[in-house]
Design a protein. Structure first.
Length: 242
């Protein structure tokens, strides 16, 4: 069981196959997704990796959190998440997981927070049919109707579907196919729609109901911390020369 990644939803587009068929895809961007800490069975009772992404302002990070990031030699992260892994899939602390951690053709499970739509009625929120258009019904055509009996049961049951807040829920979409990856730009193209708004954080991990392809890198595709430093220095030198 490998680690997942935290990506940022860019938006939707489409790509064309060699046969000329178009495939709707969601573009996910993986940028500086680093391993921040390990969770071990001896200390924590389970094996997992804590992964962070995004750059947080230091003033918004508590002193204790800053200490944890300094121990890991990683800049403070905006978003943190844990991914359960097997003991043979541990990635070193400080390593940056790249977009080619996933391969084209494999299936992934994607988790995101759905778009918030505010207060919604029963027809929009639960797909109720509403009341009749005629035969004495006036004004309340889109109401939900009765919410409970009078004498029996004399109350409204718990979890009754009623108007209320719609959206902003954690939703997982399973078995989405990876169409292609672009490691240089840190892009993952996933077939179909992904829950969440553009710019939202998305958790991507191997599908639990599908078999992994044989060419999937183990324990994953990543760039070690000591390899990332020279690249950063090279980019800085190019900016100074420019």
């Amino acid at each position: 069981m490998r680690s997942g990644v935290i990506a940022q939803k860019v938006g939707m587009t489409r790509v064309f196959t060699d046969a000329g068929e178009h495939v709707p895809v969601t573009v996910l961007k993986v940028d500086q997704c680093q391993v921040v800490a390990h969770r071990t069975k001896d200390k924590n009772g389970y094996v997992a990796l804590q992964v962070g992404v995004g750059k947080a302002k230091v003033k918004n990070v508590s002193k204790a959190e800053r200490g944890r990031f300094s121990v890991a030699k990683v800049e403070p992260k905006r978003k943190l998440a844990e991914f359960r892994v097997s003991e043979d899939a541990i990635i070193p602390v400080g390593a940056e997981i790249t977009a080619d951690h996933f391969v084209a053709g494999q299936f992934v499970d994607v988790t995101g927070t759905t778009t918030g739509k505010g207060f919604a009625g029963g027809m929009k929120r639960w797909n109720f049919g509403g009341l009749r258009a005629t035969h004495g019904v006036s004004i309340s055509h889109r109401s939900i109707g009765s919410t409970g009996g009078r004498q029996d049961p004399g109350r409204t049951f718990k979890n009754k579907k009623m108007p209320g807040h719609l959206g902003v829920e954690r939703v997982t979409t399973q078995n989405l196919r990876v169409v292609s990856t672009d490691p240089e730009r840190g892009l993952i193209l996933v077939e179909g729609a992904v829950p969440g708004v553009a710019g939202g954080w998305i958790f991507v991990r191997d599908a639990v109901k599908r078999k992994l392809p044989n060419d999937v890198p183990m324990p994953g595709k990543f760039r070690a911390a000591n390899d990332a430093a020279p690249a950063a220095q090279a980019d800085q030198a190019q900016e100074e020369n420019a």
